[in-house]
Design a protein around this ligand. Sequence first.
Ligand code: AMP
Length: 556
Amino acid sequence: MDYLDLVNVYEELEKTTKRLEKSDIISRLLKKASVEDLEQIMYLIQGKVFPNWDERKIGMSSKLALRAVTLATGASKEEVEKMLNKLGDLGKVAEELTKEKEQVTLVQHKLTVKKVFDNIRKLSVLEGEGTVNKKIGLVAELLTSAKPIEAKFIIRTVLEVLRVGVAEGILRDAIAKAYDVDFKEVEQAFDLMNDYSEVAKVAKKKSLGKIGLTIMRPINAMLAIRVETIEDAFKALGKPALFEYKLDGFRVQIHKKDNKILLFTRGMENVTNQFKETLNHIEKNIKGDSYVLDSEFVGYDAKTGKYLPFQNISQRIKRKYDIEDIAKRFPVEVNLFDIMYYEGKDLTKETQEQRRKFLEKIVKQVPKKIVLTKKLVTDNEKEAKKFYKESLKAGNEGVMVKNLKTIYQPGRRVGGWLKIKSIMETLDLVISGAEWGEGKRATWLSSFTLSCRKDSEFLDVGKVGTGIKEKDEEGITFKQLTKLLKPNIIKQEGKIVKIKPSLVVEIAYEEIQKSPTYSSGYALRFPRVLRVRYDKGVKDIDTIYKIKEIYSKQIK
Ligand code: AMP
């Protein structure tokens, strides 16, 4: 297929924001495309040349793209930069300059979709010194043969800013329309393949039903629906049900085949390299040559062994350098809870009960390295509540409740899994007091008293010191808070200060308890400052009535 045919479709897509029209436009393109072109078209229409989960990235900086434009059009660097300042889009600059050039040169080759795709794919294998010129050359080669409008989209594609508004749902509908298949089938196939190019090819052959899990390629993670109480969970799932701790880490799908292990996040990112230290634990303690497992990686403090909330380890996910150093500072424990494939067999259609039992057979648990999530199978509400409380006590988010008979349904929130979380809504509260710190913290206010409102009165609901940083990094620091609050100090006794309520903070917490200690009669368990709400005033803060309401809905 000529690249111009695809570019015409890009232009049509740009002209409409309507989903239905967009999927019609794409379905017409798909009908025209041969099987060979289909794969490339599906990637390029999304502005990509690789599936989501692929480690390879195009990796072309705007600086290099600019040099490719100068090389292909003969314009000077200054000229290109000047135009870029004016037009704000290097794609448009390439288009304009190609127009000017077109008037003087006659020779032009026809660009095919394949040529564009191949050259862009080659960019990703070129890394490091000495490859810069090759990269520029690959893009310039395309631009030299391009018509002005083609040049615009080539640049946008290599810079990964295509912007023609093609969301996944639109592709799904386009495939369903083009090949006259049920959109649900297309969606299910996508949940397993995570690649619309592959799905389109299979749909064209009318074999969507035959798609299964492919090892070493992530499937979409099964998801849970939130319910508020254990009673609701039993009502929805029946009795007995499988309860598991809901850990506050991040989801990792583990694939192993031919002595190679790959780790993928829920967003399909390959994080094998970032969590290299876990590969050894996995290899050593799980029986089998090939498998796909579902797990949560949970961080803990290297010194104290205490589990840490997700925020503490989140920086490891995107880390590209000093990986070993950060791995030592923020180690993770692999918590396994499901198995979807084992030694050549797809297990997604087995029941939850069978999968969990099977998983237990192949794992040797080593605390702080690799373990199974804590579980309880029960039909008893009291027992379930006790388990839920234990989970909270251990610092977790709540519990997952799983239907014993459910199959593994990739990407679906269909009710086979439920979640009960303790952290309910956050509260907006005002700071009404604090204490001066000690030692090196003597110039800082700390231990901030939080108040809610009862009509025009303020009532205390607890004290907070967590979520505030010591050093200047992302988030609010003690120093900043002190600066903000100091002018509002109205009384001081020893280290204790009373502050005129004015600064509003958003607070997360795990539970609300009854408490005689505070004037509201309630206390927040494990409160944590999320952010200062500069946009809110004291009249906007939450009331005692709201706190009472949340308390009454909590699991007791
Ligand atoms: P949420 O992100 O609130 O929708 O909750 C779902 C997430 O909880 C999953 O994607 C997992 O990362 C996490 N999770 C923690 N513990 C478990 C567990 N035992 N089973 C399944 N997911 C869990």
